[in-house]
Design a protein around this ligand. Structure first.
Ligand SMILES: Nc1nc2c(c(=O)[nH]1)N[C@H]1C(S)=C(S)[C@@H](COP(=O)(O)OP(=O)(O)OC[C@H]3O[C@@H](n4cnc5c(=O)[nH]c(N)nc54)[C@H](O)[C@@H]3O)O[C@H]1N2
Ligand SMILES: Nc1nc2c(c(=O)[nH]1)N[C@H]1C(S)=C(S)[C@@H](COP(=O)(O)OP(=O)(O)OC[C@H]3O[C@@H](n4cnc5c(=O)[nH]c(N)nc54)[C@H](O)[C@@H]3O)O[C@H]1N2
Ligand SMILES: [Mo]
Length: 759
């Protein structure tokens, strides 16, 4: 596609999505293979869509395929192969010079590989030989804490459980994982506020709410199946409000591909009826403004002898900290609220009035809320707003974080955490007879820092593209060669695999879509969606190569070679995943009768105390968490500064770039763009289509040497003092010190910059 900018005027999905599905299948796979795959996606006997974590109604009925789910499937089920011959003809140094996109486009990995420094090539190796070598290497380290065990969120519950068992028996809690870059503020913030680290709503709640607030997420691209739920909400006459710096098509209207009337008339359903273009990083201010209006309205009503706005009974009986919140909110000056959020006082009143009049509200949020230096507080302000009206723990209301990877939530549930609680340690000890390490391990930022400072010796990656997904690529990339050992379990070649260490291995794994045959029996795995529903996923396609192994089998192989089989019979576990599920059930009692319940159509839902108004917090109540500083915080937009947020395009899955278009934002054939508002463009005297350089600022406001040159300006309907570009190209713009101190999440959406016009 030639490079062009052409504003998109239609609704999300519709024929454009259908065309994109057809094209991604045609480009990657034979059509029959493609259709088999798509018809089995999200079905009882099929596999879970590897695209996103949005739940599927019943895992049964309709042909509910979304464009980006189809892209994720065809990307995995491609006919292209990066086989031994490919690695024989290309050195690692040469491959590092390729565009990252071209690496994955070479297709599926087919054989286990080991790096050979003398030829600078990855060469095939026998599985058992590789396991033995790695086992020996791991045994040779004196301190288990020099090994980092990274997990990316596509990993199944079964593989994740085996992995954490392996690492903990080895002796460490170093579990950096993609959740540390994603929803850690949710785990930390919600836990402190309401005593669970997960969302409280179920899919059915969308049938009962009368308001959905979508803040800081882009469902048209990243959770397309959510549009079906939003459409139903809108058609019922319930209200949707969007709060996002950018005007996102997927929040405004949607043509359901399953609906012939909408498809033929090209008329979509309108989604958000109110849209607030908040400044990047301005959400806390906006929430405080809304809460201020609400409390003032409430007190005014009461003083006039009318009914109040807040749910006083709930606040009194269920919460703690209202007084402090009230004082903080009423003491926050309007000029600060307006300056920081970029929203007028009148608009904030309007938003507050909409919330005040709704009886049941759901707040949905994504990376626009979490990826900030105050990400945890952002999440907690959303909870505060909900608590004021008793909107947690009842039908049609609650908090709904849009999770990232399709099983990122499940991986956490079954033990991938660097901070294990005593119950987990106790249960592991009881079940397996070893003493698991208590000392907290490394999160993603801590792991990367340990790698960069020479404190780590080894990195094992269960999927993902750790190096490219993390901040500060300029500093971090050269440090990997200092490691003694790197091991990657992957479907496709990516940059992280090419950052070779003294001993590097890449293992090709079976994907979600593929049949997993162990000891003559087909196995299925299970995953947990955004709404805590655990269900099975069973591949249907013939594997990309005969030499692939499942993630479970590889982890079992590594564990056996490292630890032996005295305490755990790894061979037995890898040949029958029911046995792994039996162990999970014993360590996590919530999974009782796991094997039985997961076989039922639709699976089962894990309990969620907050949704039953049981508050497992230190205070025994739901906590209003107050965050007093506002404009004093330099990370919140100042009068002059421009803040850069890095986001996904429509043709991308995290570090995987499918194509060069971002259809809904009107960008085609290019990714080197910078979105700014007309007002911002005017203030720096730059025109649409002109090229600019952006320079990241240091904490003291002076220029750093981190820059991106020659970005094309796209004037876009969005907040001022805000700029947006794509990741991962921009990941060198942020340092390893720009992260939320409460949760450790990098501030990918809060990078102060200056813009300079190219001559
Ligand atoms: N097709 C596809 N699906 C995906 C992914 C993918 O890459 N491609 N990734 C998966 C993963 S791992 C994740 S975590 C999710 C991510 O899903 P999202 O959370 O939707 O991810 P982003 O693209 O980062 O978009 C964030 C949105 O936040 C807005 N935003 C930026 N800064 C702010 C702010 O300060 N305040 C507010 N209110 N909004 C802001 C942006 O304008 C953008 O609309 O999607 C998952 N699903
Ligand atoms: N600047 C900036 N940076 C960000 C973000 C941002 O918004 N802005 N978002 C962050 C977020 S939310 C996340 S989640 C991270 C993503 O971080 P990661 O999860 O580490 O990265 P992905 O790009 O999803 O990983 C892609 C690779 O996963 C492998 N893979 C795919 N499927 C499978 C499978 O089934 N099994 C195995 N073993 N491997 C598989 C393939 O080899 C592929 O190359 O990026 C983070 N980085
Ligand atoms: Mo994510």
């Amino acid at each position: 596609m030639t490079a062009k900018i052409k504003p998109y005027n239609g609704a999300a999905a519709g024929w454009g999505a259908v065309r994109a599905v057809v094209s991604s299948i045609r480009h990657e796979m034979d059509v029959q293979h493609g259709l088999i795959a798509l018809f089995h996606m999200n079905k009882v006997d099929g596999f879970d869509c590897p695209g996103c974590a949005w739940p599927d109604p019943k895992h049964t009925s309709s042909f509910d395929v979304c464009e980006n789910g189809a892209k994720a499937v065809s990307w995995e089920a491609t006919e292209k192969r990066a086989d031994a011959e490919f690695f024989e003809t290309n050195t690692v140094s040469e491959l590092l010079g390729w565009e990252p996109r071209a690496l994955e486009q070479t297709g599926r990995l087919t054989t286990p590989l080991k790096y050979e420094p003398s030829t600078d090539k990855y060469l095939p190796i026998e599985w058992e030989v590789a396991f033995a070598e790695i086992g020996q290497k791991l045994q040779s380290f004196n301190d288990p804490d020099v090994v980092e065990f990274y997990t990316s969120g596509r990993t199944s519950n079964e593989a994740a459980f085996l992995y954490q068992l392996f690492a903990r028996m080895y002796g460490t809690n170093n579990f950096p994982d993609c959740s540390n870059m994603c929803h850690e503020p949710t785990s930390v913030g919600l836990m402190e506020s309401i005593g669970v680290g997960k969302g409280t709503v179920k899919l059915e709640d969308f049938d009962h709410c009368d308001l959905v607030i979508c803040i800081g997420h882009n469902p048209g691209t990243n959770h397309p199946r959510m549009l079906t739920s939003l459409r139903e909400v809108a058609l019922r006459g319930a209200k949707i409000i969007a709060i996002n710096p950018m005007q996102e098509v997927g929040l405004t209207s949607f043509i359901a591909p399953q609906n012939p009337y909408e498809m033929l008339t090209d008329k979509g359903t309108h989604l958000a009826s109110e849209y607030y273009h908040v400044r990047v990083g301005g959400d806390i201010a906006l929430m405080k403004g809304v809460m201020r209006c609400l409390i003032e309205l409430h007190e005014k009503s009461l003083s006039q002898g009318k009914e109040g706005i807040l749910d006083i009974e709930f606040v009194q009986n269920h919460t703690k900290g209202y007084r402090e919140l009230r004082t903080d909110v009423l003491n926050t000056a309007w000029e600060h609220i307006i300056e920081s959020s970029g929203i007028s006082q009148e608009d904030i009143h309007h938003l507050a009035a909409s919330y005040a009049s709704a009886k049941k509200t759901i707040i949905c949020y994504g990376m626009g809320i979490t990826q900030h230096e105050h990400g945890t507080q952002n999440v907690q302000q959303l909870v505060n707003l909900l608590l004021l009206k008793g909107n947690i723990g009842r039908e049609g209301a609650g908090i709904c974080p849009l999770r990232g990877h399709s099983n990122v939530q499940g991986d956490r549930t079954v033990g991938i955490t660097e901070k294990p609680n005593s119950e987990l340690l106790h249960n592991l000890n009881k079940r397996f007879g070893f003493i698991p390490p208590k000392k907290f391990g490394h999160s993603a930022v801590e792991s990367m820092k340990a790698i960069c400072s020479g404190k780590s010796n080894a990195l094992i990656c269960l999927g993902g593209n750790f190096a490219a997904a993390m901040p500060d690529s300029t500093t971090t990339y050269p440090m990997f060669k200092e490691l003694e050992l790197t091991v990657h379990l992957a479907t496709k070649l990516n940059t992280s695999h090419l950052l070779v260490s003294k001993n590097s291995y890449v293992f090709p794994v079976l994907g979600r879509t593929e049949k997993d045959l162990q000891n003559g029996n087909y196995q299925f795995v299970s995953v947990e969606d955004s709404m805590s529903v655990v269900h099975s996923s069973c591949g249907v396609l013939t594997p990309a190569s005969e030499n692939l192994k499942s993630e479970c089998e590889i982890i079992a192989g590594l564990a056996k070679a490292t630890l032996g089989q005295e305490k755990v019979n790894w061979d037995e576990l890898k040949s029958n995943y029911d046995l792994i599920r039996d162990h999970i059930e014993k360590v996590f009692p919530d999974f009782s009768h796991y094997n039985e319940r997961v076989r039922k159509p639709g699976g089962f839902t894990l309990t969620n105390s907050a949704s039953e108004r049981r508050w497992l917090t230190a205070s025994g109540r739901a906590n209003f968490v107050t965050f007093p500083s506002l404009l004093e915080d330099p990370k919140i937009p100042s009068k002059k500064g421009i803040i850069l947020a890095t986001v996904r395009s429509h043709d991308q899955y995290n570090t995987t770039i499918y194509g060069m278009d971002d259809r809904y934002r009107g960008v085609y054939g290019q990714r080197d763009v910078l979105f700014i508002s007309e007002e911002t463009a005017r203030s720096i005297s730059v025109n649409d289509g002109e090229r600019v350089n952006i320079i990241a600022l240091k904490p003291d406001g002076t220029r750093s040497d981190r820059r991106m040159n020659q970005l094309k300006v796209v004037i876009y309907k969005m907040a001022d003092k805000t700029a947006v570009t794509y990741f991962p190209e921009s990941n060198h713009m942020i340092t390893l010190d720009q992260y939320d101190k409460k949760s450790g999440i990098p501030a990918y959406k809060n990078i102060p910059i200056e813009i300079e016009i190219c001559n």
